[in-house]
Design a protein around this ligand. Structure first.
Ligand code: SF4
Ligand code: SF4
Length: 401
């Protein structure tokens, strides 16, 4: 079995020339588009369209980045835009309906890709069941119909932090193929963190992407992946055929190696090749040359206690008492109730009548942070209890800074 390839190239901004150059160099390093597609290949572009957010918020894959990929595809598929469809399913509060998708495409500026190049934007809200025979968590899932109807998936993730999985890139981006309201159900079903990571891995391995090209030109740090995160200039494009290899290389750039990235750790247990840096040839920039040593991780970054009786007892206790919990900043909150709608556990109530504000029921809360991801105002913070703060932060059990 050949070695895996990932290419990393610098890209100083979203100007067309810069993007074309960086994407071309990446593709030359890993093997090019020509091998992957012909004129009739039905291509699905799968960006990260997490929520209704303007491109400059860095919540979504930048449309200009996608435009550069489209230019490249058109140059090798006989200039056939009708073979290209762009699709994603957003957070559950954005209905997976024609109206909801229209608003999503307009705000994220995807509509201009259709206007300018004539590609298709997906408005088909049908779902189709696909089987994942090797899955550990699920043996089949219902996904956007356009996914199995395509011949080639080009995954276009955004480099971001994630308050549940620390980092989100190519692997987690595939969770978006599950339409709208079905997503919270998976959070509830797989509330144990390792099982949720296994679910992400089942989806990413069960629905093979032909290619992954990551928008790390402007990434996101802090309490991502929604509007609570902070855009971070990174100036990189990262590409490869294997989504685990791409994420492994990408997260090493911010000092999150395969033993500290939660998804990669689980992928390693499953012996997936891309989860081992030793299996990857990196072309273009070396990781150490583009390393970012002051990257801001989410507050929710988990503790990493050893696997022994004492530590396991602490871990059980930690879920409720030591891990951070969501907390509303009422100065920023507009009482839009988006968090109330998306919470898979119905752990947010509007019974705080005195102030007409929302409150959390922390006994029900599974710390999935979907509320924070969805909040349009970035008003949901992460806090530690007094004990959690003492043990996790002050006594140094938290691994990063
Ligand atoms: S916390 Fe955010 S999502 Fe929840 S009501 Fe306030 S503004 Fe809306
Ligand atoms: S309150 Fe927020 S973190 Fe807790 S279960 Fe609901 S969505 Fe998840």
């Amino acid at each position: 079995m050949g070695r895996l390839k990932v290419s990393i190239h610098k890209c100083s901004g979203y100007e067309s020339e810069e993007l074309d150059k960086a994407i071309n160099m990446c593709m030359n390093d890993i093997g090019g588009f020509e091998e992957l597609l012909s004129e009739s290949t039905k291509i699905l572009l799968k960006p990260n369209l997490l929520s209704i957010a303007e491109p400059e918020k860095a919540v979504t894959t930048n449309p200009v980045f996608i435009e550069a990929v489209i230019r490249k595809i058109l140059s090798v598929n006989g200039n056939n835009p009708k073979a290209i469809t762009l699709a994603d399913s957003s957070i559950p509060i954005v209905p997976f309906s024609k109206k909801g998708l229209k608003e999503l495409y307009e705000k994220t500026k995807m509509h201009y890709l259709a206007d300018k190049y004539g590609i298709n934007l997906n408005y088909d809200n049908n779902v189709k069941k696909i089987s994942i025979p090797e899955g550990i968590t699920v043996k089949s899932i219902e996904v956007m119909k356009v996914v199995p109807d395509s011949d080639l998936i080009i995954n276009l993730p955004k480099f971001k932090t994630h308050n549940l999985t620390i980092f989100t890139g190519a692997v987690k981006n595939m969770f978006g193929i599950i339409p709208g309201m079905a997503k919270p159900g998976y959070h509830t079903r797989f509330f144990k963190f390792e099982m949720f990571c296994n679910l992400l891995i089942d989806i990413a391995t069960g629905v093979r992407q032909g290619l992954n090209i990551m928008d790390a030109v402007t990434g996101m740090e802090g309490n991502g992946p929604g509007k609570s995160g902070i855009p971070r200039e990174m100036g990189l494009v990262i590409a490869g055929y294997d989504c685990f290899a791409v994420d492994n290389a990408a997260s090493n750039i911010i000092g999150l190696d395969e033993d500290s990235s939660p998804v990669m750790k689980v992928a390693k247990k499953r012996n997936l090749r891309g989860a081992f840096l030793e299996n990857i040839d990196i072309a273009g920039e070396k990781i150490e040359d583009v390393f970012i040593d002051d990257f801001l991780f989410p507050e929710t970054r988990k503790t990493d206690l050893p696997d022994n009786f004492f530590a396991n007892a602490i871990k059980r206790f930690a879920t409720n008492s030591l891990n951070p919990y969501p907390y509303i900043d009422f100065i920023k909150c507009t009482n839009c109730k988006t968090c109330f709608e998306v919470c898979p556990e119905k752990a947010i109530t509007d019974r705080n009548l005195e102030k007409n504000n929302l409150i959390f029921d922390y006994r029900k809360c599974i710390r999935c942070f979907c509320c924070s991801e969805a909040c349009p105002e970035g008003a949901i913070e992460h806090r530690y209890s007094f004990l959690g703060d003492l043990i996790i932060n002050r006594y140094g059990l938290r691994r990063n800074k």
